[in-house]
Design a protein around this ligand. Structure first.
Ligand code: SF4
Ligand code: SF4
Length: 177
């Protein structure tokens, strides 16, 4: 009984003073922290107006490359798809017809070339595996979207603009201007 009374005495708290009850000191401390952050360097940036400098080893969105005459370099050999650990690449090969020499660099080309960006882990192995310098990973993010299907990028999304017909768009895509 004696022990219980002693414990009850120990937990008895001193009543708060008027100043403590209005939390003035705590409010002041909180405001002090808030104002101290005004003068600190902001860790965030105003994207997309401002962009961070990428690391030299950054790997972003894929680009299907053309040669200096604007012909598609890809020969649909499939080595990139074999190297891809995420099984993100699919393609269909086709034979180049007579009169199409200005479109495709070699006798075979990719009639269909698709990358599933939801599967891709941006490892860059497809770029390393390609013997034709036909694919590389750029410094561009994959844009956000609303449906899963829209993340399957075909040739219309991946092919770099033609350097002969669209020199400005080509230079922009290569980061030359
Ligand atoms: S970057 Fe890697 S995961 Fe993505 S498509 Fe290329 S090989 Fe596959
Ligand atoms: S991108 Fe390169 S590795 Fe892939 S199919 Fe085309 S030529 Fe072959």
């Amino acid at each position: 009984m004696q022990a219980l009374t002693t414990r009850a005495k120990q937990v008895q708290r001193k009543p708060l003073s008027w100043v403590e009850r209005i939390y003035l000191w705590n409010i002041f401390k909180g405001m002090l922290i808030t104002f101290s952050h005004i003068f600190k360097k902001q860790p965030t940036i105003h994207y997309p107006e401002q962009k961070r400098t990428f690391s030299p080893v950054f790997r972003g969105l894929h680009v299907l490359n053309r040669d200096e005459e604007g012909r598609e370099r890809c020969t649909a050999c499939g080595l990139c798809a074999v190297a891809c650990p995420a099984e993100a690449i699919t393609m269909e090969a086709a034979e180049r017809m007579q009169g199409e020499e200005h479109l495709y660099r070699e006798e075979k080309y990719a009639a269909k070339y698709e990358i599933n960006m939801l599967r891709c882990i941006f490892c860059g192995l497809c770029e390393e595996a390609c013997p034709k310098d036909a694919i590389y990973l750029s410094e561009t993010f994959t844009p956000s979207d609303f449906t899963r299907e829209s993340f399957i990028y075909g040739k219309e999304n991946l092919l770099i603009p033609d350097p002969v017909k669209q020199p400005e768009a080509f230079a922009k895509a290569r980061g030359l201007n």
